[in-house]
Design a protein around this ligand. Structure first.
Ligand code: PNS
Length: 164
């Protein structure tokens, strides 16, 4: 069974992330969406809230895939989380060339730490290429409309209405 882990901050999860989840679930038998709980950061949504809302968003938006997708939180190294969950692949999304340098560096670090784990990149759909969690956070903080950027469950949690 090919298991992949998709690590990230998901603060919050956007339609761009969900697009990657969908693409990865089309390739791997099981996908573990792993939410980084960074003890040094104080995100608007804590680790548990992010995990719960991601689970809800996947059930709402990707019902046919939901039973092959697990949502967990983790602290520490991605490759350690991969090992715990039996994942041989790390999934990451690329929106633009600007993402590539950081992602390449992370992939090399992860390979150095765990040579048997491969990183697989999926290209985000063009309509989500402009999306970023930090901009969504900013828009929500100033009362802007996040419709079409994040799933309804996330918009609700951020305190903004969304029709998706
Ligand atoms: O959504 P993000 O913030 O781009 O995700 C970054 C993430 C969580 C994938 C990365 O920071 C990470 O893997 N953190 C865990 C610590 C780790 O394994 N570091 C070594 C890889 S560079």
């Amino acid at each position: 069974m090919n298991v992949a882990i998709y690590p990230g901050s998901f603060d919050p999860i956007t339609y761009g992330h969900l697009d990657i989840v969908c693409r990865a679930a089309g390739v791997f038998d099981r996908l573990v969406v792993a939410v980084l709980v960074n003890t040094r950061k104080t995100p608007p949504l804590d680790g548990d809230s992010r995990t719960t809302v991601i689970r809800r968003a996947i059930e709402d938006e990707l019902p046919d895939l939901a039973d092959r997708i697990e949502v967990v939180s983790f602290d520490g190294l991605t490759v350690e989380a991969a090992r715990r969950h039996g994942a041989r692949f790390v999934v990451r999304g690329l929106r633009a060339v600007s993402d590539f340098e950081t992602e390449l560096q992370m992939a090399h670090f992860n390979r150095k730490l765990a040579p048997s784990v491969d990183t697989v990149f999926f290209m985000t759909a063009l309509e989500y290429a402009y999306l970023s969690s930090s901009l969504v956070r900013e828009i929500a903080r100033f009362g802007g409309d996040v419709r079409g950027m994040v799933p309804a469950a996330v918009a609700e949690q951020l305190g903004r209405p969304s029709v998706g």
